[in-house]
Design a protein around this ligand. Structure first.
Ligand code: ATP
Ligand code: K
Ligand code: MG
Length: 685
């Protein structure tokens, strides 16, 4: 995914196929196959029939099945295991190719480290960087490791990671401060505090992910595995008990025939494709530039009921800029500008910086010299929803209107009625009002403007069609929230939400049995991202958000969850339909093999011989061949996934049962008959 070439890997690239063929032989090792109970039984059958063939060649026992028959069955059983391994290897191979491209990016970079004791920067190897180190990166430099910008603003080329060539802005403070090692600074100069030790970086984790190195079976896969193992056990007993039954009826059942029957009856199709389906699901997400940290998250995405999105930076563009100052009656606008600037001098958030700029450009206030000793800066927090500074006894604050009103009243001041009116007007237009106070006096309001991202309404309509409820959560006031919610077309919103309130909302939904997805970017979103069943962090977001979520969207597109949900649903449907198909398939094989075993002794069984196959040997061999080939034929479907249509769950189930259930019953009759005809025509049977 690092380069457009890698991204455009064909589904069945010849290069990959060669490597996958080799890998599927390596995967014959019993240790690997043992993880898959169905295929383990097939491999045991392959070994057993091979030994039988060897024994017959040496000992020529009386009444043994013909050597060519035993050998053919044995070979096709080996092919069955190899084909299943091949499916998995092809699915993994696509990730491996991407990992190789990513590894090339991790080439050695030189870091310009600032010594902790101060002094001039030193050049060190990027691999020598540790958490907490501070490094400088200027135009042209490759950022040597993951980190958070602590100083400056820069445009960064992240195409190496995202494949997107447009440069992005990264800046200190606020929710766009995270940078990724391996990306390149295009302009300006930044100081970055490293947040990952060597081997733990985003790129390292991405490589491990795409390689499938960190892949674990999901709870659903384990449940299905148990079901398949159970079915295998049932058929194993059924087939083993056929032997004494046959002896009683004086039929000498050949072991090869019994093994063939067993393999045809156990769910080899889904058993062989199950892990490929899971790997391919994560891979499809990766192609959409979403990194899923676990297969479980992808599955959960397929069943999501409620989607929570934060407002600023997710639904809106995210740079709230100060555009106007509204003084309260009797306050000079210059005094308001002065206090607003004072309250923002040390505020590194985009909001804070834009206020300083506005005061300077519109009201001619030069940035004043800051005397650290006299100024005590109060940084913004999501709890207080205020920031500002204390100058000796003077207390200057700016922040959410209700927060500042409470603060002023606590100081014994009075809140003018005009404050609410002005704030409501700004809120109704979708802007964010920030009240400014000096001591117990409210001076006025700063109007922060933000813009709803384009095309977002249409996408929320699609969520609705899928039956997913969208809820916007924001720390902003209810008026602003309502205006933005209406413009963006979300179903519901929660305003003045603290990080705890976001958590509580998620937990309440989950308590009602709903699966919750959350997209966010800010540090204050991190707890909620961790609590949600699907937590999609924006790549532009803070390190904390990226670590808390179980997915990262490299494009930082809040509606990407649509695609994530589709991939999740596709994954669940693909697994469901192929399970249906696999089990339905067995019916036909039963009718092919059973008459073949007994019809010579019991002519009455001829009624069951619906297929009229050339001979009992041909019947058994044809069924085994079909059973192996169907795995290969279904690999493309397992990798691409069945097509997803936004229909209700019941309609989807009905359709899938009809197509794959009925198809699964009918297809093998035709397939086995064709193979039988071909074998007969070739004179093989
Ligand atoms: N730098 C700042 N100084 C003072 N107050 C601020 C600052 N930034 C935001 N606020 C106020 O705090 C409120 C909460 O802001 P915050 O960015 O935490 O919202 P949030 O919970 O992240 O939700 P969202 O990002 O979706 O709007 C804002 O609505 C605003 O009134
Ligand atoms: K089977
Ligand atoms: Mg936010």
């Amino acid at each position: 995914m690092a380069s457009p070439d890698a991204r455009r890997l064909a589904l069945l690239d010849p290069h990959l196929l060669g490597a996958a063929a080799l890998a599927s032989l390596r995967k014959l090792s019993p240790r690997h196959v043992a993880a898959n109970p169905v295929m383990f039984v097939v491999e045991v059958g392959s070994v057993l029939t091979t030994l039988l063939w060897l024994r017959d060649r040496v000992l020529h026992p009386a009444g043994a099945a013909p050597g060519w028959f035993t050998l053919s069955v044995s070979l096709w059983l080996w092919f069955t295991v190899i084909f299943a391994n091949f499916a998995e290897a092809v699915a993994e191979g696509r990730g491996k190719a991407q990992a190789d491209t990513l590894r090339k990016m991790r080439r050695e970079t030189v870091a310009r480290r600032l010594p902790r004791s101060g002094g001039a920067e030193e050049r060190v190897d990027a691999s020598a960087l540790r958490k907490g180190d501070r490094v400088v990166a200027e135009a042209g430099d490759v950022i040597p490791g993951d980190g958070e910008i602590v100083e400056g603003i820069a445009s960064v080329d992240e195409s190496a990671i995202t494949g997107e060539s447009a440069p992005v802005i990264r800046e200190s403070g606020g929710d766009r401060s995270a940078v990724t090692g391996g990306t390149r600074v295009l302009s300006d100069r930044i100081v970055v505090r490293i947040t990952a030790d060597p081997g733990q970086s985003f790129l390292d984790r991405m490589i491990a992910l795409v390689e499938g190195a960190s892949r674990q079976k999901t709870p659903n896969e384990i449940a299905l595995d148990i079901l398949l193992a159970g079915l295998t056990l049932v058929f194993l007993f059924a087939c083993v008990t056929l032997v004494p039954l046959g002896l009683y009826s004086r039929i000498q059942l050949s072991t090869t025939a019994v093994v063939a029957l067993l393999v045809c009856l156990i769910p080899t199709t889904i058993g062989g494709l199950l892990s490929a389906i899971g790997i391919a699901g994560m891979d499809r997400l990766l192609r959409k530039n979403v990194l899923a940290m676990s297969g479980r998250a992808v599955e959960a995405a397929g069943d999501v009921d409620t989607l929570l999105l934060d407002k600023t930076g997710t639904i809106t563009l995210g740079n709230r800029m100060a555009t106007a100052l509204l003084p309260m009656p009797g306050v000079r606008v210059e005094d308001l500008a002065d206090a607003a600037q004072l309250a923002s001098l040390a505020d590194e958030t985009p909001e804070g910086r834009s206020i300083v700029v506005l005061a300077k450009e519109r009201y001619g206030l030069r940035g004043r010299p800051v005397h650290e000793a006299e100024h005590q800066f109060i940084p913004f927090s999501a709890q207080t929803r205020m920031s500002g500074c204390d100058l000796g006894a003077r207390v200057v604050r700016k922040g959410a209107v209700d927060a500042v009103a409470r603060h002023v009243e606590a100081l014994g001041g009075r809140v003018p009625a005009e404050l609410r009116e002005a704030a409501d007007r700004i809120g109704d237009s979708g802007g964010t009002p920030l009240a400014v106070s000096d001591g117990g006096k409210v001076l006025g309001i700063v109007h922060l403007k933000d813009v709803v991202k384009g095309g977002i309404k249409e996408r929320f309509d699609r969520f609705r069609a899928m039956g997913i409820r969208t809820v916007m959560i924001t720390g902003d006031n209810p008026r602003t929230a309502a205006a933005i919610a209406a413009e963006a077309g979300v179903d519901d919103f929660l305003a003045e939400a603290t990080p705890e309130a976001k958590m509580k909302l998620i937990k309440a939904e989950q308590a009602r049995g709903k699966l919750v997805a959350m997209t966010g970017d800010g540090t204050n979103d991190a707890p909620a991202l961790a609590q949600a069943d699907v937590g999609v962090a924006m790549n532009t977001g803070t390190q904390a958000a990226k670590e808390a979520g179980n997915m990262v969207d490299l494009d930082s597109n809040p509606t990407k969850l649509l695609e994530v949900v589709e991939v999740g649903k596709q994954l669940l449907m693909t697994r469901g339909t192929l399970t249906t198909f696999s089990i339905a398939n067995d019916v036909a094989k039963y009718f092919a093999i059973l008459p073949a075993l007994f019809v010579a002794t019991y002519p009455e069984l001829r009624a069951l011989d619906v297929m009229h196959l050339a001979s009992p040997f041909s019947a058994i061999l044809s069924a085994v061949i079909f059973n192996a080939i169907i795995i290969v034929l279904l690999i493309p479907l397992a990798l691409k996934g069945v097509r997803y249509r936004p229909l209700g769950a019941a309609a989807v189930l009905r359709r899938s049962l009809l197509v794959y259930g009925l198809g699964g019953v009918v297809a093998p009759f035709a397939g086995i008959k064709l193979i039988d005809l071909a074998l007969a025509a070739a004179g093989a049977v």
